[in-house]
Design a protein around this ligand. Structure first.
Ligand SMILES: [Zn+2]
Length: 236
C-alpha cells in the first residue's frame, strides 16, 4: 500500500508483527513502514507524521552522501547501478580491461597503472552498454501501447536533462546517468520522451497522455527529483 506524507511517498506493508517499524533506504531515501495487521491507516499515518523530522534528516543524509562527490575510482568506493549502491573493486592485470557486476560490487579489471580518466571511461562505456541492453525492449513495448514509432535512440551524457527528443525525426536520447537510477525511472523517461513525439510541450495534453499510459508517472518523476540530481531545470 502507498501512503503520501505531504510530498513523501511511503510504502506500507502489513505483517504479522507486534510493533510498527519505519525505515529510510538509500539511495533515494525511500520510506518503508512495516505495521502490524491490526493497525489502521490513520494510526500508521499518525506514527509516520510523528517521525517526519527524522525521515527528512535521513533522506537529506543519503542525498548529501552522493551529491557531487567526485569519484576517484578507488577500491571500495561506492557507485550506483540501477539504483543500488555497489562497492568498486579494482583488479590489476595485463589483459583486456573489463567490468563485471558481482554480488554487491563492481569488479573492474584494468592494466596496472591505469589512470582515473581511463577508469571513468571504462565504467561510462559499461553504463552505456547496460542502458543499451534494456532500452530497446522498453521502446518496443511502449511502441505497442502508445502507437508511437521511434526511429532511433541514443545514450548521452547530459548535464540538465534526463532525456531529450526530436519529434520530427522521432529520435530520443537518454541520459547516461539513468543507468545509476532504478530501472523504473529509465522506463518513465523512455515513456516521457515517446509521449513528446506526440506532444512536444509539457502542457495539459501531455499530462493527460502520461496519465493514460503510465498512471503512476508522477511517482517516478518525484523519485528522480528526489534522487541526487545535478539537473537544474527538471520540471517533469
Ligand atoms: Zn519533457
Amino acid at each position: 500500500m502507498k501512503m503520501l506524507l505531504g510530498d513523501i511517498p511511503v510504502d506500507v506493508v502489513k505483517k504479522d508483527i507486534k510493533n510498527v517499524h519505519l525505515s529510510v533506504h538509500p539511495p533515494a531515501g525511500s520510506v518503508r513502514i512495516s505495521a502490524p495487521r491490526a493497525m489502521n491507516d490513520d494510526s500508521i499515518r499518525c506514527f509516520a507524521l510523528s517521525r517526519l523530522g527524522w525521515i527528512r534528516k535521513q533522506q537529506h543524509k543519503f542525498i548529501q552522501q552522493d551529491r557531487e562527490t567526485p569519484r576517484e575510482y578507488l577500491e571500495r568506493e561506492s557507485h550506483f547501478v540501477w539504483g543500488e549502491r555497489r562497492l568498486l573493486r579494482i583488479e590489476e592485470k595485463e589483459a583486456t580491461p573489463s567490468i563485471q557486476l558481482q554480488h554487491r560490487s563492481i569488479l573492474m579489471q584494468v592494466r596496472p597503472g591505469t589512470g582515473t580518466e581511463k577508469k571513468q571511461q571504462l565504467l561510462d562505456d559499461w553504463y552505456r552498454q547496460q542502458l543499451k541492453s534494456v532500452i530497446p525492449e522498453f521502446i518496443t513495448n511502449w511502441e505497442k501501447k502508445t502507437g508511437v514509432q521511434v526511429t532511433e535512440f541514443g545514450v548521452r551524457k547530459m548535464k540538465t536533462r534526463w532525456g531529450t527528443c526530436n519529434p520530427q525525426a522521432k529520435r530520443i536520447w537518454l541520459n547516461l546517468e539513468l543507468a545509476k537510477k532504478p530501472k523504473e525511472c529509465l522506463e518513465y523517461i523512455v515513456v516521457h520522451e515517446m509521449v513528446h513525439l506526440i506532444e512536444p510541450t509539457h502542457n495539459k495534453h501531455f499530462a493527460e497522455l502520461m496519465n493514460t499510459f503510465l498512471p503512476q508517472w508522477k511517482h517516478y518523476r518525484d523519485l528522480l527529483n528526489r534522487l541526487p540530481v545535478r539537473h537544474e531545470d527538471w520540471g517533469y
